[in-house]
Design a protein around this ligand. Structure first.
Ligand code: GTP
Ligand code: MG
Length: 486
C-alpha cells in the first residue's frame, strides 16, 4: 500500500493579472485616432476539485508549490490579453482545507466539488476602457493585480464506514489484514501503525471500508501518543469498533477498563467538523471486538466481560484475527449497522457548493492615525488598496487618475476630517506618499498631455473647446464626475 499522507501545507500562488495597454489608433490620413489599448487578461485561479480516483495527499507532499498561469497583457487595436490558465488540483474526497490560523475554510465532499483556493489577479484596464467624457485619450493604462498568494493546510479525514478504536497492539491492523486485502504492518510493539490504513471489506456483492488507525492511549485527546491523529480519522466514520486485547497480561489493564479509558478520550475530543452530519462521537453506534481468543486465557476473559458490554446495548464479537475465528459474524454485524446508517444518510449530493467566507467591507475604507509615525495616516480598504496595486507610479497621468479615484471615494474628505495636514505621509497598501489635497475631481482634468497630469506639470494654455466645457460644468449643465468605472 502506498504511503498515506494525511496532512500537507500547500504554498499556492494564483496568476498575476496582465497589464492594460496604452495605444492610439493609427490609420493613414488619421494621425490621432481614439485610444485602442486592450485590457489585460485576469490571472488564473488555483482550484481544488474533488476526484474520487485520488486517495491520498501524497502528490502534494512531494510538490507543495503550485502556481496558476499569468494573464497576458492587453494589446493595441483593442485586443484584450488572454486569461491565465487555471491550475486545477485533484484532491481526495474528505479533504478539509484550513487557513494559516487553523480555521476550516472548506470541507470537500462529493465528486466534482470545487474550491477556489487562490484567486487570480484582475487584469488592468487598457486606455480604451479608461477613456471617458473627461479623459478622451488617456496616456496610461492600469496594471494587472498580483494573484493571491496563500499557504493552506489540507487534511484528509478518512471517510471509512468503520473506525477501529483500541490500545496499541490490540490487533487492529491484524483485523484489517484478515477482513480486507489491505496489508498493513503488524508487529508486537506499540505504535506500529503510524498513519491510517483503509481496507475494503466485501460482504456478498456489497462492500464497506474500515480504517485502521494508530493506537490510542489515555491523554490522546490532549495530543498524547499519536492521539489527535487517530481521533481526526474517526471523526467521520459511521460506526466505531472497540478492539480489545483479551490476552493482555498487564495487571492494571482488562477489557472493561480499557474500553472505559477509550470512551473517556472519545468524550473529551472536540471535533473540528461540526457539520459532518454524523453527530457526536459519543452518539456514534459502536461494537466491541474481543480479540485474541485463540489464547485460552483470553477466551475465558472474553466470556467473562461479554455481559458487561451487552448490558450497555453494544453488540459484542469474540474473535481471533490470527486464527480467523468469529470473522464472518463480525463482518455481517458491522454491515448491518452500516446499511442502517446508509439508509438514514443518503450519500452527499454530488456537487456541494462551498462558500469561502470573505471579509465584508462595509465602509469601503477606513482612515486611522499611523501608529509608527506622528502626524501620518493609514488608509485601508479593499478598493483603495486595489487601486494602488493597479497604478503605474512611473506615469504621472496614472497617478493623477488614482488621486481622482481616491478623492471621489471620499478618502480626501476623510483625511481632512481625521486632521491630516497637507504634506503629511499617507500609506495605502504597500505605498506611502506625501499627501497633497486635490481640487475637486474632473474639473481641471481636461486636455492634458498624454502621460502627464495637468496638476503635476501646469500648462497655462487652455483650448477653446475646454473653456466651453468648463463653463458648462460651472453652470451645472454637465456632471464632471461622469465616470465609466466603479
Ligand atoms: N495471539 C494472537 N495475537 C494477535 C492476534 N491479533 C493480533 N495479534 C498480535 O498482536 C500484536 C499486535 O498486532 P497489531 O495488529 O500490530 O496491533 P495494532 O492494534 O495494529 O497495534 P498498533 O498499530 O501498534 O496500534 C502482533 O504481534 C499480532 O501478531 C490474535 O488474534 N491472536
Ligand atoms: Mg496497527
Amino acid at each position: 500500500m502506498s504511503r498515506f499522507v494525511d496532512r500537507v501545507v500547500l504554498h499556492l500562488a494564483a496568476g498575476d493579472g496582465g497589464r492594460g495597454c496604452t495605444s492610439v489608433h493609427r490609420e493613414k490620413f488619421k494621425p490621432l485616432g481614439g485610444p485602442d489599448g486592450g485590457n489585460g487578461g485576469s490571472g488564473g485561479d488555483v482550484v481544488l476539485v474533488v476526484d474520487p480516483q485520488v486517495h491520498t495527499l501524497l502528490d502534494f507532499h512531494f510538490r507543495p508549490h503550485a502556481r496558476a498561469g499569468k494573464g497576458q497583457p492587453g494589446m493595441g487595436a483593442n485586443r484584450n490579453g488572454a486569461r491565465g490558465e487555471d491550475l486545477v488540483l485533484a484532491v481526495p474526497p474528505g479533504t478539509v482545507v484550513l487557513n494559516e490560523d487553523g480555521q476550516v475554510l472548506a470541507d470537500l465532499v462529493g465528486a466534482g466539488t470545487r474550491f477556489v483556493a487562490a484567486e487570480g489577479g484582475k487584469g488592468g484596464l487598457g486606455n480604451a476602457a479608461l477613456a471617458s467624457r473627461a479623459r478622451k485619450a488617456p496616456g496610461f493604462a492600469l496594471l494587472g493585480e498580483p494573484g493571491e498568494v496563500r499557504d493552506l493546510t489540507l487534511e484528509l479525514k478518512s471517510m471509512a464506514d468503520v473506525g477501529l478504536v483500541g490500545f496499541p497492539s490490540a490487533g487492529k491492523s491484524s483485523l484489517v489484514s484478515v477482513l480486507s486485502a489491505a496489508k498493513p504492518k503488524i508487529a508486537d510493539y506499540p505504535f506500529t501503525t503510524l498513519a491510517p490504513n483503509l481496507g475494503v471489506v466485501s460482504v456478498g456483492d456489497d462492500t464497506f471500508t474500515i480504517a485502521d488507525v494508530p493506537g490510542l492511549i489515555p491523554g490522546a485527546s490532549e495530543g498524547r501518543g499519536l492521539g489527535l491523529d487517530f481521533l481526526r480519522h474517526i471523526e467521520r466514520t459511521a460506526v466505531l469498533a472497540h478492539v480489545v486485547d483479551c490476552a493482555n497480561l498487564e495487571s492494571d489493564r482488562d477489557p472493561v477498563s480499557d474500553v472505559d479509558a477509550l470512551e473517556a478520550e472519545l468524550a473529551a475530543y472536540q471535533p473540528e467538523l461540526a457539520d459532518a452530519g454524523l453527530g457526536d462521537l459519543a452518539d456514534r453506534p459502536r461494537v466491541v471486538v474481543l480479540n485474541k481468543i485463540d489464547v485460552p486465557d483470553a477466551a475465558d476473559m472474553a466470556e467473562m466481560v461479554t455481559v458487561h458490554f451487552e448490558a450497555k446495548g453494544w453488540p459484542v464479537y469474540a474473535i481471533s484475527a490470527v486464527a480467523h475465528k468469529g470473522l464472518d459474524e463480525l463482518r455481517y454485524g458491522l454491515y448491518e449497522l452500516i446499511k442502517a446508517h446508509r439508509k438514514a444518510n443518503p450519500p452527499a449530493a454530488p456537487e456541494r457548493i462551498v462558500l469561502r467566507p470573505r471579509a465584508v467591507d462595509v465602509a469601503e475604507f477606513t482612515v486611522r492615525k499611523d501608529p509608527d509615525e506622528a502626524g501620518a495616516f493609514v488608509v485601508s480598504g479593499s478598493k483603495p488598496e486595489r487601486w494602488i496595486r493597479q497604478t503605474d507610479f512611473a506615469n504621472d497621468e496614472a497617478v493623477g487618475f488614482l488621486a481622482d479615484r481616491l478623492a471621489r471615494l471620499g478618502v480626501e474628505d476623510a483625511l481632512i476630517k481625521a486632521g491630516a495636514q497637507a504634506g503629511c505621509a499617507v500609506t495605502i497598501g504597500d505605498v506611502s506618499f506625501d499627501w497633497e489635497p486635490q481640487t475637486p475631481a474632473g474639473v481641471d482634468l481636461m486636455r492634458t498631455g498624454r502621460g502627464t497630469d495637468i496638476r503635476l506639470e501646469s500648462d497655462e494654455r487652455v483650448g477653446a473647446h475646454e473653456r466651453k466645457y468648463r463653463k458648462r460644468v460651472r453652470r451645472g449643465l454637465i456632471d464632471p464626475d461622469e465616470e465609466i468605472l466603479e
